[in-house]
Design a protein around this ligand. Structure first.
Ligand code: GDP
Ligand code: MG
Length: 160
């Protein structure tokens, strides 16, 4: 089957990755960040943040009508999250692959959810599902001045 959101593009994109409160409480911050770092993407923004109710609702507004929405908002606001902006060619789809599918029991071993979680309602990490949502979510979670433009010295060793 054709899964357009899982086919990595050749464009430089940005994606919003967030370690959810369970990932923070379970001391998985370093483990999760290092997977994106080792892959070779560029970190542009990073902060520990207590998410207010309204922001959680705006972030997940497409899921408003779902029966689990109130639980989801409670979960995301239940403790600090780690907010990240990552940049790279095809980063949106590639990050979704590194994260694994929504239900951790179905996520492949080797993925973050496949290795580190067991329940959909505690799936440790978020990743944007399209380049448009990547931009939207980074703008939603980061203020001006919180993102860095920089050139990693390893760039020539990651891209030709
Ligand atoms: P994602 O893009 O893989 O994170 O999945 P979705 O965008 O479909 O859902 C967003 C988040 O809502 C998921 O990561 C889960 O934390 C939560 N969620 C989705 N479906 C369910 C569900 O059936 N039950 C519960 N408790 N949470 C859910
Ligand atoms: Mg989603």
């Amino acid at each position: 089957i054709f899964l357009p959101h899982l086919v990595a593009s050749l464009e430089v994109e940005e994606t919003y990755i967030m370690i959810k409160p369970d990932g923070v409480q379970r001391c998985l911050i370093g483990e999760i960040i290092s997977r994106f770092e080792k892959k070779g993407f560029k970190l542009k923004g990073l902060k520990l943040f207590q998410c207010p109710q309204e922001l959680a609702q705006e972030h997940y507004k497409d899921l408003q009508s779902k029966p689990f929405f109130p639980k989801l908002i409670n979960y995301i606001t239940s403790g600090p999250v780690v907010c990240m902006a990552w940049e790279g060619v095809g980063v949106v789809a590639s990050a979704r692959k590194l994260i694994g599918v929504t239900n951790p029991l179905n996520a492949e071993p080797g993925t973050i959810r496949g290795d580190l979680a067991v329940q959909t309602g505690r799936n440790v990490v978020h990743g944007s599902d399209s380049p448009e949502n990547g931009k939207r979510e980074i703008a939603l979670w980061f203020k001006e001045g919180e993102l860095c433009e920089w050139t990693p010295v390893l760039e020539p060793w990651l891209t030709e």
